[in-house]
Ligand binder design. Sequence first.
Ligand SMILES: NC(=O)c1ccc[n+]([C@@H]2O[C@H](COP(=O)([O-])OP(=O)(O)OC[C@H]3O[C@@H](n4cnc5c(N)ncnc54)[C@H](O)[C@@H]3O)[C@@H](O)[C@H]2O)c1
Length: 374
Amino acid sequence: MAVGTVLVTGGTGYIGSHTSLALLENGYDVVIVDSLYNSSVVAIDRIELLCGKRPAFHQVDITDEAGLDAVFKEHPAIDSVIHFAALKAVGESGEIPLEYYRVNVGGTIALLSSMTKHNVTNIVFSSSATVYGDATRFPNMIPIPEHCPIGPTNSYGRTKSTNELIITDHVEAQRNNLRKAGKPFEQWNGALLRYFNPCGAHPSGIMGEDPHGVPYNLLPLLGKVATGEREKILVFGDDYDSKDGTAIRDYIHVMDLARGHLAALNHLRSTHPGVQAINLGSGRGSTVFDIINAFSKAAGRELAYEVVPRRQGDVLDLTANPALANEVLGWKTELTLEQACEDLWRWVQNNPKGYRQEPPAELLDAVKAKAKAA
Ligand SMILES: NC(=O)c1ccc[n+]([C@@H]2O[C@H](COP(=O)([O-])OP(=O)(O)OC[C@H]3O[C@@H](n4cnc5c(N)ncnc54)[C@H](O)[C@@H]3O)[C@@H](O)[C@H]2O)c1
């Protein structure tokens, strides 16, 4: 029998697909809802290939409350939600903020409302280190602890911090209302997971990030330079106060991040903590040049770059203090930036068109043989 049944919104996306796999591998049943706005349904086949179990899938928009109601109705065993579905392009969020609020905030309200109707009471939410904004504006806040004041510098980040408030208010209100009515209330819980910079891919080489359109994160862009699809990478500013002048980020392998969701879900279901914000990062900062060097090494050649002026809203340093996750989730990162680069390169090399083409037959056969042996 399954440990539990989890609704994963945005589960065909990059982090959602790796997390769905981790859940299935750890005894959970998984129901995915995704509009496929930025992902492919082929991710479901890859999850099944890797673990032998297929998540249920419903193509539903996160803002469609009636659609969500129908999914909860069809799967009454769902007791928890991991909520990834969102728009996530920082630059675009400045151009069409209303759309970002409609999908990210409106979608979260529809989800919470539908969860409440169907008595689904645990939510793990994809937040982001972006909610901190420029933590260097305060003394002693690098690496960034959870008590660092919130101050996002872009609309995307503000949808995330707004969602954190909405989830906190709703879960606390549910607990208070039930407590006042003399009913059990501890079943209502939320984890606000503030991810630092997710990167890498599944080590098999058959699952990874496949965004529609142009990627805007450094590592997927470097992948495109390595395959020759792009000529060079743009480095936004080399006049920051860092060892080489480029901005510092905390890169976390997507496999570690997926395990972090599993740990957070288990924590909510077993200790009933109410709402907690928790950083998921490695605690190690790497500059843009560190990343270019690491990926160049994985790809076996120097990758071209050009330094251009800083981007508005970018900050010097986003490095996590992951002590709380270590303490309450018993979780820490295990994989290195070098492993993330090697895994990303394996994914990119074998799937230059992402999920729009089959990986090489030998690779698929090897994955199938490994899954059968396991
Ligand atoms: N990747 C990062 O660098 C990063 C960092 C911090 C936080 N996050 C957050 O993590 C979550 C997952 O990010 P990701 O990198 O896997 O992105 P992704 O785009 O691969 O995944 C998001 C998924 O949500 C789906 N989606 C978008 N709009 C939807 C809608 N209206 N209804 C239903 N589904 C919809 C997309 O199709 C996609 O499958 C997002 O909430 C993102 O904001 C990502």
